[in-house]
Design a protein around this ligand. Structure first.
Ligand SMILES: Cc1ncc(COP(=O)(O)O)c(C=O)c1O
Length: 419
């Protein structure tokens, strides 16, 4: 019998039609567009303003090593083991304290530790979205959120962001318009502090107005806050989550990550929200990653508790503020008004948004810029629908001051040659 099955196998050849076997959600999915551009950046002569990388200059390397040693020495058995799905109690307690400083009052049942902000977004999408559900977003919005939510095949409805944040009136009009056709957005996704990609911050008035909208139409707000502590100018504006709590609501889900304030390598983030929502999110995490590595959580606990958080943030702010200043000055020098090029002036975060004359398509310009040894992220990647073509996102946190200056010079030459 064994022989015959061996003989039979001769008559079958491998059928490599994997495509027909993929799930409908994934079949035509082409991956994170930003990821696709990375291969063009292999040339070490290219200065890349494309990534969203924090600077290793301000990584707390020594403190990291000390925390690492302490954790390994005291807890190696647990570190090498599976751990609790909602997260390590020590980290959860440190987060409760951390959030109190921002007038956010939560208990352990309101917190889920995630394996990065990207997983926070993925879990949020899985929890709320059915195919064709509507997600209300800014135009532009964070590309990683679009990618994460896209897995559930929603429709993105975007309203142009304004200088002081989301166009809340525009959101309202859109909600009313949708209501007439029996539709309602599942949630509104915003990055109120130093938005990725524009660097724009939402005013207090708009945060309150967005909450009004959320209450009136019963639509949750997803507040994504990776950059909140990295403010270089102006006064801190309350998180929408805290404004919601103050008004007795529970309409906001907060997404956080340690990636930008500490380091992205640990891949630790957390979600906060209503107890039942967090419980459901925990079930989703159970099915896709089970637990976030305890070692990584221990290091993040040490970051909040033992690494002089205030001092680190102060240092980070000073460091990034200088870079931002230098970058803005260089942009003014190389793009005088006559070029028709404009850009946002962020009060914090890691990015600014450059707008070029309409005839320039930055998807195409990207490949030209590579020839000039400079890279950016084309603006089209930050739209859920109806992509604009004449913008780019520029990151100023990672490159040295000299590299930033040289990058702007190269970019100006490239753009001028196109104009
Ligand atoms: C707005 C926003 N949300 C979430 C993330 C994801 O962060 P993480 O690196 O923790 O996955 C980023 C990263 O760039 C971001 O800019």
């Amino acid at each position: 019998m064994i022989l015959s099955s061996g003989l039979l196998s001769k008559f079958y050849t491998m059928n490599n039609d994997w495509y027909s076997k993929y799930s409908d959600n994934i079949k035509d999915y082409e991956g994170y567009p930003i990821g696709k551009t990375l291969k063009y950046l292999a040339d070490p002569e290219i200065i890349s303003l494309a990534g969203g990388l924090p600077s290793p200059d301000i990584f707390q390397k020594l403190e990291f090593k000390i925390a690492s040693e302490k954790s390994l020495n005291s807890d190696i058995d647990k570190i090498m083991q599976y751990s609790a799905i909602p997260g390590e109690p020590a980290l959860i307690n440190a987060i409760i304290k951390y959030l109190k400083r921002d007038n956010i009052n939560v208990t352990a049942e309101n917190i889920l530790i995630t394996t990065s902000g990207q997983q926070s977004l993925d879990i949020t999408g899985r929890l709320f979205l059915n195919p064709d559900d509507i997600v209300l977003v800014d135009r532009p919005t964070f590309a990683g959120a679009v990618v994460a939510f896209q897995m559930q095949k929603p429709k993105f409805v975007g309203i142009d962001i304004q200088e002081d944040g989301s166009n809340v009136d525009g959101f309202q009009q859109k909600i009313i318009e949708l209501q007439k056709t029996g539709q309602k957005p599942k949630f509104i996704y915003v990055v109120p502090d130093f938005q990725n990609p524009t660097g724009i911050t939402m005013s207090l008035k708009k945060r309150e107005a967005l909450l009004d909208l959320s209450y009136e139409f019963d639509i949750p707000i997803i507040e994504d806050s990776p950059y909140r502590d990295l403010r270089y100018y102006g006064e801190t504006i309350p998180a929408i989550f805290s404004l919601d709590q103050k008004r007795g609501g529970e309409n906001v889900i907060g997404l956080y990550t340690f990636s930008k304030i500490f380091c992205p390598g640990m891949r630790v983030g957390f979600n906060i929200g209503n107890k039942e929502v967090i419980e459901k999110m925990t079930y989703i995490k159970e099915g896709n990653i089970l637990n976030t590595p305890k070692y990584n959580q221990d290091i993040c606990t040490a970051f909040l508790e033992d690494m002089n958080y205030d001092n680190h943030i102060k240092k980070s702010i000073k460091y990034y503020r200088e870079k931002l200043n230098g970058f803005l000055n260089t942009l003014s020098k190389y793009f005088p008004e006559s070029t028709g090029v404009t850009w946002t002036k962020p009060e914090g975060g890691l990015f600014l948004w450059l707008t070029l004359p309409e005839k320039i398509d930055t998807d195409k310009l990207f490949f030209e810029a590579i020839k000039y040894k400079v890279a950016f992220v084309p603006g089209s990647q930050f739209f859920g629908e109806n992509h604009a073509r004449n913008n780019m996102r520029l990151n100023f946190s990672f490159c040295s001051q000299d590299q930033l200056t040289e990058a702007v010079k190269r970019l100006a030459k490239c753009i001028n040659d196109q104009l």
